[in-house]
Design a protein around this ligand. Structure first.
Ligand SMILES: NC(=O)c1ccc[n+]([C@@H]2O[C@H](COP(=O)([O-])OP(=O)(O)OC[C@H]3O[C@@H](n4cnc5c(N)ncnc54)[C@H](O)[C@@H]3O)[C@@H](O)[C@H]2O)c1
Length: 356
């Protein structure tokens, strides 16, 4: 068996401060015989020196392109637009299997180079349960931002913070008006995070999951002041909100936070907006009278980069130590091949030189 060489890449998105492997877990990989190369990255929450001290090699940002072909490139979010041919095995959130914008281009790049995508969203155990996810913190932050928006205290641009500081801003202050909140997908990771943030803010939310949306009561939904959508859609369902619902005179809803951010996907349950919001402009007004503001930020956990990275890394570490052809990684590869077949692109012969 060839020694595993993991290559932790710099994230191209300037607001992405998280990392899938924190320095203490990098040390455990190195101690277990994994070779770990870490790219320099000015925005990563952990300085590269901490990885170096943990026994990792250091390489310039973006140098994964010329990494040895058998290196497994590890990241979180999107790759840069080039090169057009991806020759390595890559582990990251590809967002490429639900016909999202840009998905076909990404898969074609893998097909052209003979590389492979191990999509972290599809790293699951044999019951289909996700093995490493940021969901809790996504929901926590989604609800936290919704609370601040509802209370008129959401200051832009958003900047990464620590949980204690965030919690202090969430606690109710004199003069804050009471409001009602709804979490959909409340039994999932994001949903749990959202519930905890609401509770920190002194709000006990209504909780809906599959059972409550099967026969969807849109009037009841619109009767809440704040709604957080935290579902993981796996098959199409009727939308939770349609354009005409936003104009319903009975609407109390003022703040809508879509943690799911499936905009552009056929599985989107909130087809009432056409683009996400971001740290510079976290809330966008969808209706004026009465107001309705949307928050739909697709990298929420990065606002708490230290806590969210540590949790994710702890969950990913045992999987990285078992990186191989079968089990969860085998399922990831099968899912990648299926997506390529569905798109009519080959997966090449090498798949990153699968030399294990
Ligand atoms: N915005 C971000 O930064 C960010 C970060 C991480 C995850 N996410 C997204 O958050 C979403 C939730 O992720 P998770 O890790 O919590 O998933 P999860 O699988 O832990 O939970 C999803 C929950 O949604 C429920 N659900 C699915 N379909 C539903 C429906 N039609 N009606 C009601 N409930 C339904 C499930 O029963 C489950 O309880 C995903 O779409 C994920 O991509 C967003």
């Amino acid at each position: 068996m060839t020694e595993l060489h993991l290559w932790l890449r710099h994230e191209v998105r300037s607001t992405e401060r998280r990392t899938p492997v924190v320095p203490s877990d990098a040390r455990r990989l190195v101690d277990s015989g994994v070779r770990v190369t870490v790219e320099e990255s000015p925005q990563r929450i952990f300085p590269v020196e901490e990885y170096e001290a943990a026994g990792c090699d250091v390489a310039p940002a973006g140098s994964w392109v010329s990494a040895p072909r058998d290196a497994v490139v590890l990241g979180l979010k999107e790759l840069p637009d080039g090169p057009g041919e991806l020759t390595h095995r890559h582990i990251f959130f590809g967002h490429a299997y639900k016909r999202q914008p840009g998905a076909a281009d990404l898969l074609r790049r893998f097909a052209a180079g003979g590389g492979a995508l191990y999509d972290l969203e599809y790293l699951v155990d044999d019951t289909g349960r996700r093995l490493a996810a940021f969901g809790f913190w996504a929901g926590y932050l989604g609800a936290a931002l919704a609370v601040l928006q509802q209370r008129g205290r959401l200051a832009a641009p958003l900047t990464p913070t620590a949980k204690d500081e965030l919690d202090a801003t969430l606690r109710p202050a004199a003069g804050d008006k009471e409001f009602t909140a709804l979490v959909i997908g409340a039994l999932g990771r994001s949903g749990r995070g959202a519930r905890v943030a609401f509770q920190t803010a002194g709000v006990e939310p209504t909780c809906w999951d599959l059972a409550e949306t099967r026969d969807l009561d849109r009037r009841a939904l619109l009767g809440h002041d704040v709604m957080v959508n935290a579902v993981l859609a796996t098959s199409p369902v009727p939308p939770f909100l349609r354009e005409q619902d936003l104009d319903d005179p009975a609407r109390r809803l003022r703040t809508l936070c879509d943690v799911t951010c499936d905009v552009g996907s056929p599985l989107n349950v909130l087809p009432v907006y056409d683009r996400t919001t971001d740290w510079d402009d976290p809330a966008r007004r969808l209706r004026e009278e009465p107001p309705l503001d949307l928050i739909a930020i697709d990298n929420l956990p990065s606002l708490l980069p230290s806590e969210s990275s540590a949790d994710f890394s702890a969950a990913l570490l045992p999987q990285l130590l078992e990186f191989g052809v079968g089990g969860p990684w085998g399922r990831c590869l099968d899912r990648f091949r299926l997506a390529c077949r569905e798109l009519g692109v080959g997966t090449g012969s090498g798949e990153g030189g699968l030399s294990r």
